[in-house]
Design a protein around this ligand. Structure first.
Ligand code: 13P
Length: 252
């Protein structure tokens, strides 16, 4: 298989200790029960990383942060460095999620700097891109995504250290999704942008996840698309049965 599917849960700013550890333990137990032919990643809030790490022991589920600073250490109150994530046992971090781009004014350039720092710290990155509803209505989706790939993905990216997540902003948490044909068209265009940026061989091996209202009911169709290599799941990743039901579609 050229690209093994990745099923990733982004817990966002959810779960206190008990809820988070219960959820992680339940997911770990289910993943151990069966032989899933996909990779798993869970990205809890920073506060739960150590606790969740313990719950995932003995499983193949990777742990990730939801953001990381571009500096290794220093005077950056409230921020977390990629080395700190690695130190806690994370192997991934999400970067450039639309909620970070909106709430914290992160630009493509900042996301790119963060990715370089994360890779230097030994982390793999899930670099998020996606258009707003207004941009889609204006027919700018592909141009926006190509620009985000060009600006947010560093030159040092490889298929091993980088995953792309296409998340149309208007589909996040809304229950709305693009049609399967639209998702495939955008993913294929993203892969073309990766060819331009990183070359054919790397682009062919780099995973491109879809995110935005992925649920058990639409996972089969989305995950069967030729350029969809997994899912970045928000709301449904907080429900063990939904998260696992989605993963079952990734193994087919
Ligand atoms: P939802 O699955 O809740 O739409 O969130 C998607 C997302 O933003 C994952 O990063």
């Amino acid at each position: 298989m050229l690209r093994k599917k990745l099923i990733a849960g982004n817990w966002k700013m959810n779960c206190l200790s008990k809820e988070g550890t219960d959820l992680a333990k339940a997911i770990a137990a289910k993943v151990k029960q069966e032989n899933y032919n996909c990779d798993f990643l869970i990205c809890p809030p920073f506060t739960l990383l150590s606790l969740v790490k313990k719950c995932l022991r003995g499983t193949k589920i990777a742990l990730g942060g939801q953001d990381a600073h571009f500096a290794v250490k220093g005077a950056h109150t409230g921020d977390i460095s990629p080395l700190m994530l690695a130190d806690l046992g994370c192997s991934y971090t999400i970067l450039g999620h639309s909620e970070r781009r909106t709430d914290h004014h992160e630009t493509n350039k900042i996301v790119c700097q963060k990715a370089i720092a994360a890779h230097a710290a030994g982390l793999k990155t899930v670099i998020c891109i996606g258009e707003t509803e207004a941009q889609r209505d204006e027919g700018k989706t592909i141009k926006i995504c190509q620009d985000q790939i060009s600006g947010s993905v560093p030159e040092d990216s490889t298929a091993k250290n980088t995953v792309i997540a296409y998340e149309p902003i208007w589909a996040i948490g809304t229950g709305k999704t693009p049609t399967a044909a639209d998702v495939q068209e955008v993913h294929a265009a993203i892969r073309q942008a990766l060819v331009k940026k990183l070359g054919k061989a790397t682009a062919a091996r780099m995973r491109i996840l879809y995110g935005g209202s992925v649920k058990p009911g639409n996972a089969a169709e989305l995950l069967s698309l030729p350029d969809v290599d997994g899912a970045l799941i928000g709301g449904a990743s907080l429900k063990v049965d939904d998260f696992i039901a989605i993963a079952k579609n990734a193994t087919k």
